[in-house]
Design a binder for this molecule. Structure first.
Ligand code: ADP
Ligand code: MG
Length: 271
């Protein structure tokens, strides 16, 4: 369907600021981020100098063809891996200056992660899974009971607190994973293809939930996706190709967003 759409000139892309793009210093930004992988003798340049920023309260989607470096960028943003060169700066703090222990503390306390495969622990209940980031951090979960109840209510899972993951649907598991990502009140939430394992109805629910979390809790979200429909829920879409940012477009929150994003992705995939 996508490839049969007429291809617009690049200049027809809207350039107005995103509605939720708060001014001021970014929550997270990068400077000339480079990531090289060695595959035997062969060097793969996964990122070639990426300057990316996300403002407080903004919901940004990162899109691009398969292999364009989306997951690599998200991993570096979250301190799950270190760049070959360049910098990731979280609220003014340069992650390269941190020891491995300090970096893992940043990951545990200041960043919320949502993965395609949910990554819930099967032996724990839904509620225990939400509290896991607190427990892993060696903290007492008791003071978080109220917060747990509020988050489970917010993701529509209040009745499922004592269920195990295998008693929940995929969409329900992802909602628990969203609550887990928020329990520490992180400065930023990073999501890698959060709807990739869901049917379209559950996927829409999860996306609407992320949108609400951004609007009502002023959460900052960066989401990697190759699905134009998912990206249409964001304030702004950043397009990657061959490890570089090649375009950005603010969504207008109208029914043309999806078409614009799909057309841009189709152009990148056919280049
Ligand atoms: P995307 O998420 O956009 O599909 P990735 O970030 O996973 O892209 O990968 C970008 C490039 O880096 C691809 O060419 C991929 O093969 C390569 N790559 C990713 N991870 C590794 C790794 N651990 N070792 C070697 N090459 C990798
Ligand atoms: Mg990926």
């Amino acid at each position: 369907m996508v490839t049969t759409l007429p291809v617009p000139e690049e200049s027809t892309l809207p350039t107005a600021p995103a509605p939720n793009a708060a001014q001021g210093p970014p929550v997270l930004h990068t400077e000339a981020l480079v990531k090289r992988y060695l595959l035997g003798e062969v060097e793969v340049m996964a990122l070639r100098g990426v300057d990316f920023r996300v403002n407080r309260g903004e919901f940004v989607a990162i899109m691009g063809p398969s292999g364009s470096g989306k997951s690599t960028l998200l991993h570096l943003l979250g301190g799950l891996d270190r760049p070959s060169s360049g910098e990731v700066i979280l609220a003014g703090e340069r992650l390269s200056t941190l020891s491995d222990d300090a970096l893992s503390q940043v990951r545990r306390r200041r960043i919320g992660f949502i993965f395609q495969a949910f990554n819930l622990l099967p032996t724990l209940t839904a509620g225990e899974n939400v509290l896991l980031p607190i427990l892993i951090d060696g903290r007492d979960a008791a003071p978080y009971q109220e917060k747990l109840t509020a988050l489970l209510g917010m993701v529509g899972m209040a009745e499922r607190q004592h269920h195990k993951p295998d008693q929940l649907s995929g969409g329900q598991q992802q909602r628990i994973a969203i609550a887990r990502a928020l329990i520490t009140e992180p400065e930023i939430v990073l999501a890698d293809e959060p709807t990739g394992n869901l049917d379209s109805k559950s996927g829409s629910n999860v996306l609407a939930m992320l949108r609400r979390i951004c609007d009502q809790m002023q959460a900052t979200i960066v989401m990697v996706t190759h699905d134009p429909r998912a990206a249409s829920f964001a304030d702004r879409v950043v397009f990657l190709k061959d490890g570089q940012i090649v375009d950005q477009c603010p969504n207008q929150r109208d029914d043309q967003d999806l078409v614009r994003i799909a057309q841009r992705l189709a152009m990148l995939e056919s280049d």
